[in-house]
Design a protein around this ligand. Structure first.
Ligand SMILES: Nc1ncnc2c1ncn2[C@@H]1O[C@H](COP(=O)(O)OP(=O)(O)OP(=O)(O)O)[C@@H](O)[C@H]1O
Ligand code: SF4
Ligand SMILES: [Mg+2]
Length: 338
């Protein structure tokens, strides 16, 4: 019997709250009890509309904005209980590529200075070997090491994105949190970054939390997908299951927005309007104001997380000979099962 693999990262019931601003006096809850797991060398794709809390979750995993509740376990160890030296080691092992690459690439630092910064900070190698490590990281992401003397403003969008990935890689992490690494790149560059991420997982065993609006990129890359709406994880499953049998009306609407080759194929309605403000979230199901499938209970009662595949949450997929876990927060699944 094989022993179950210990998750590399476990996030449990994470809550992120920002202090009240202006006259409202109300703190803003951006992430409302989100849980997820990432296996060693796994790729977890996180999707959801703008403002759903993806970046807030990514930052809270690293305790950049300390969570208001919940736990983050890295290799089974709670980040909140770590001594400063242990937290520093964990931060070396979990690297974040910021959504805005300018946030991680200072215009006043050359590419080489940018890459040396984490090597110096985490005391990796010695001053003589650091420049060599930096050049190797550039080669790993497919950039000519001669670019190391350039400044970010002298690089293309795709090159900047690769430098941001190289900066994460020099620390030799086990996990990279890549927050929208494809945004603002053209399709051919996006495709090359996707290939690169798959290669880094394959060759170096790096795991990824891949945050993206782009469902087709997530489908190509991820093993597991989580869908966020207004701070909640409303559905999660392995990638094939989620794309073949989406269970939550929100996930189906997101998929309906992706262009398909055969427009005559019946599809759910594309989402209209904007999500409500997280400052004043609706009662009941957070999605009820935009849901075409809602039933009376939806506007008053918060749906619990339900396993789509029976009491244990696991079901056999005979076509792929594997056991899958598929979770959803929607009353329709509770009603169906009772
Ligand atoms: N530092 C902050 N202070 C106060 N509110 C914040 C802060 N950062 C984010 N928010 C708010 O938290 C909510 C979630 O924002 P977040 O950036 O996590 O969403 P997102 O899913 O990453 O969006 P996008 O896809 O646009 O990047 C939004 O309503 C946002 O305005
Ligand atoms: S709980 Fe109700 S409103 Fe929410 S997604 Fe399900 S059917 Fe729609
Ligand atoms: Mg974001």
């Amino acid at each position: 019997m094989t022993s179950p693999v210990l998750p590399l990262l476990s996030v449990r019931d994470l809550v992120v709250r920002y202090p009240a601003r202006g006259h409202s006096g109300i703190p803003m809850t951006a992430v409302r009890g989100v849980s997820l797991e990432i296996a060693p060398a796994g790729i977890f794709g996180l999707v959801g509309e703008s403002g759903s809390g993806k970046s807030s979750l990514a930052h809270a995993i690293l305790h950049l904005s300390p969570p208001a509740g919940g736990e983050v376990l890295f290799r089974g160890q709670d980040l909140a209980a770590m001594k400063p030296s242990q937290l520093k080691a964990a931060r070396r092992n979990i690297q974040l590529v910021f959504q805005d690459s300018l946030a991680s690439l200072s215009p006043r630092r050359s590419v080489l200075q940018t890459l040396l910064e984490p090597l110096d900070h985490f005391r990796i190698g010695n001053p003589a070997t650091r420049a060599e490590k930096a050049a190797m990281a550039l080669e790993t992401v497919g950039l000519d090491p001669a670019l190391r003397h350039r400044y970010p403003q002298e690089l293309s969008g795709g090159q900047k994105q690769r430098v941001a990935l190289a900066r994460a890689l020099v620390a030799e992490p086990d996990l990279i949190i890549a927050d929208e690494p494809l945004s603002s790149l053209d399709v051919s560059v996006q495709s090359r970054i996707i290939e690169l991420i798959l290669e880094l997982r394959e060759k170096l065993g790096v795991a990824f939390l891949f945050v993206s609006h782009d469902l087709s990129a997530v489908q190509r890359l991820a093993d597991t997908v989580g869908v966020m709406y207004l701070g909640k994880m409303v559905e999660s499953a392995d990638t094939d299951t989620l794309f073949e049998r989406p269970a939550h009306p929100y996930t189906r609407s997101l998929m309906a927005a992706v262009p398909v080759a055969d427009p005559s194929h019946p599809r759910p309605a594309v989402l209209a309007g904007e999500p409500p403000s997280p400052l004043t979230p609706p009662s009941g199901c957070v999605f009820h104001m935009r849901c075409g499938d809602k039933i009376p209970i939806c506007s008053t009662v918060v749906p619990n997380e339900t396993f789509v595949c029976g009491e244990t949450g696991m079901c056999e997929d005979s076509r792929r000979f594997k056991t899958i876990s598929h979770r959803v927060r929607c009353h329709l699944w509770n009603v169906t099962k009772t």
